[in-house]
Design a protein around this ligand. Structure first.
Ligand SMILES: *[C@@H]1O[C@H](CO)[C@@H](O)[C@H](O)[C@H]1NC(C)=O
Ligand SMILES: *[C@@H]1O[C@H](CO)[C@@H](O)[C@H](O)[C@H]1NC(C)=O
Length: 627
């Protein structure tokens, strides 16, 4: 049609509003996306948004036809929801893509547009097509008019709907949080800058989704998106965001303890074209996971579990093997108990599970075990974990073992078989912690994950779960325990550079004399439970070389005591943390001078000291070399 087709210049969504920049403001305020960096149209699904179209002449509703088209992903397809055709209608109905004219102003039309609460999230290209008796026209794609669609916790029909306003403020809109670490007796905390609204972060999150090479048609399903994110946060098998390293040598990368937020990591990943960022450990994996989920609109929080088991053989028990002389058999002891482990919880309905399993779901991005061939874990329903229903997907057995497995000690017999010599029912899953809503306090959420220890519900949960594990008969007869051992540490526990004093109390509950052999071992270990060096009974000092085992962060000691009372055994392990120096609280919103002083508690001079300073949301990381 050669002559004067009708129309266009489209526009705008955000900016081209007759009276200045009002709309961007209005859409983004109403969609709770006003804090995202930049001025693009960022909206949430299942909620009406406004847009102005600028046409080449006034619209005539008798003869003109008009519709909008949105396309996302490499192969937009109408049937898969990645190519959306939005018709003009008289009245908007819920749950569908539709547009309605709400105002006319000369050549301009103001549209009110609705999207379904199941829409695919991500970046859409917008075009407008017009038809009139004189011809047809389609606007050309202008990246400035792209629409970014997010999940909508404010929409009742969205799977990620969360009704409590304070919780939404915390789990979606708060860009700063606290991460907990250390040991259950000495819980440390640090501020983490999630920074989900910072410059580049939304782009980096969408980039990671694209890099996953999963079809965008699946990005409307929150369970699926969480599963993709869990896989993309870690680097193995898919060029994900963060490379893990627990070696103590972080040359050529950033030590996991040096990060103070997710922003640098995500921006670096995007800038480097998807090369994994070095290095992360569990709290870094969790911090970045929480950022990405909040950024995409899924309520989430980082959660720390103390005495977190890592069950390598799906037995749902943590097995510790000793030889005939009660020396540990290292090559068999692949299960471990981490002093702490950090993962993320995300909030959503679970239409893929029977009713009752929606709410908080565990997503653990630290690469530990593969799930269906890929390093990822979750989402696993916290309600299912609490009840031991480990047959409910995804990866519930692994998460269950982290919080509620029994620790079972085995001793090798002369014929090579093993006998269970002791089991600890309350060895793992303590003080499960997350930042409280609306305050900087620690909130203990162990009750969400476990029935109270010692209750019948808790035993039923453990036994239900273990029936689905690889050692369903692990629950052998109980063992007599008439001698108990307790190890306590005086005062607040050890300080770095100071002496640690331990009291070992043994109690004899039997009416008979007991002869006790006490085997003790003191070891220095990483928070993962990996022993770095053994300090023998006669107190041989351990030397930590520079860069080894993060001297300011996570120096831990572990004491194993193993006693034999004729044929009865009792074991006890205790771990304590030597805390790192606390740093003062930041004050936001005001220019201020801060003086930060550090005291070196070590009896030697520190050399090559580097401070990393980050202004949360204001200034990215700066390194200050002190020498
Ligand atoms: C950890 O980082 C160091 C230093 O870059 C590297 O030599 C080592 O191979 C890494 N270890 C693992 C397990 O990737
Ligand atoms: C255990 O208690 C019995 C009875 O009081 C006593 O005879 C025995 O010496 C005690 N054994 C130990 C090791 O304390």
């Amino acid at each position: 049609m050669g002559f004067s087709p009708f129309i266009f210049i489209l526009i705008l969504t955000n900016s081209a509003v007759p009276a200045g920049d009002k709309h961007k403001g209005q859409n983004r305020m109403e969609h709770h996306t006003d804090r995202y960096y930049g001025d693009g149209l960022i909206i949430r699904r299942g909620q009406i948004f406004m847009m102005w179209l600028d046409l080449s002449r006034p619209y005539n509703s008798n003869t003109d036809r008009l519709h909008l088209e949105l396309r996302t992903g490499p192969l937009p397809t109408v049937a898969k929801g990645t190519h959306v055709i939005i018709p003009l209608v008289e009245e908007l109905e819920d749950d569908r893509w539709e547009a309605k004219i709400v105002q006319r102003d000369g050549n301009r039309l103001k549209l009110s547009i609705n999207s379904p609460p199941t829409a695919v999230i991500g970046r859409y290209q917008l075009t407008v097509a017009t038809q009139s008796p004189k011809g047809e026209a389609t606007s050309t794609h202008d990246p400035g008019n792209d629409i970014c669609m997010l999940f909508n916790p404010w929409c009742e029909d969205d799977t990620v709907y969360m009704d409590n306003g304070d919780e939404k403020n915390e789990y979606i809109l708060n860009d700063v949080g606290r991460l907990y670490y250390g040991t259950e007796n000495q819980i440390g905390s640090r501020t983490w800058n999630y920074g989900q609204f910072d410059k580049g972060i939304l782009d980096a999150c969408l980039y990671a989704l694209e890099k996953s090479a999963t079809p965008p048609s699946g990005w409307g399903d929150s369970v699926n998106v969480v599963r993709i994110i869990s896989a993309m946060i870690n680097s193995p098998d898919d060029c994900g965001i963060l490379e893990g390293n627990w070696s103590g040598n972080y040359v050529g990368g950033t030590s996991p303890t040096s990060w103070s937020g997710s922003v640098d990591i995500l921006n670096k990943y995007h800038k480097d074209g998807g090369a994994p960022v070095r290095y992360g450990q569990c709290w870094v994996f969790s911090g970045v996971t929480t950022t990405v989920l909040r950024c995409l609109g899924i309520p989430s929080r980082s959660v720390s579990n103390f005495n977190s088991a890592h069950d390598t053989d799906v037995s749902l028990t943590v097995d510790v093997y000793f030889d005939e002389k009660l020396e540990s058999i290292d090559h068999l002891n692949s299960d471990s108990i981490w002093n702490f482990h950090v993962w993320s919880d995300c909030w959503m309905a679970r239409p893929d599970l029977p009713p009752g399993y929606g709410g908080w779901q565990v997503v653990d991005s630290t690469p530990q075990e593969t799930s269906q061939g890929t390093y990822r874990c979750g989402p696993a329903s916290v309600n299912a974990i609490r009840n031991g229903q480990v047959f409910l997907k995804h990866d519930s057995p692994f998460v269950f073992a982290e919080v509620n497995s029994d620790k079972i000690y085995w001793q090798r017999n002369l014929d090579g078989t093993f006998t269970q010599i002791h089991s600890e029912k309350n060895a793992v899953g303590h003080c499960i912690s997350t930042k409280a809503v609306g305050s900087d306090e620690r909130n203990d959420i162990t009750d969400l994950y476990k029935h109270p220890e010692g209750t019948e519900e808790e035993r039923i949960a453990v036994e239900t779960a273990s029936r689905y594990g690889s050692k369903p008969d692990a629950y052998a007869s109980p063992i007599a325990q008439d001698v108990s051992i307790e190890v306590t540490m005086d005062g607040e526990g050890p300080r770095m550079g100071g002496d640690a004093e331990l009291t070992i109390v043994m109690r004899n509950a039997s009416s008979l004399p007991r002869t006790i052999n006490l085997h003790s071992q003191v070891a220095v270990m990483y928070y993962t439970g990996v022993v770095k060096a053994t300090v023998k009974k006669d107190q041989i000092p351990v030397e930590l070389l520079p860069n080894e085992g993060e001297p300011l962060g996570n120096v831990l000691c572990c004491i194993y005591l193993c006693s034999s009372v004729r044929q009865c055994y009792s074991l006890h392990a205790q771990v304590f943390l030597i805390p790192s120096p606390p740093v003062g609280e930041a004050v936001v919103g005001k220019k201020m001078a801060a003086e930060i002083s550090f005291t070196n508690p070590l009896p030697c001079t520190l050399k090559g000291v580097v401070f990393r300073v980050e202004g949360l949301g204001l200034q990215s990381v700066r390194q200050i070399t002190v020498g």
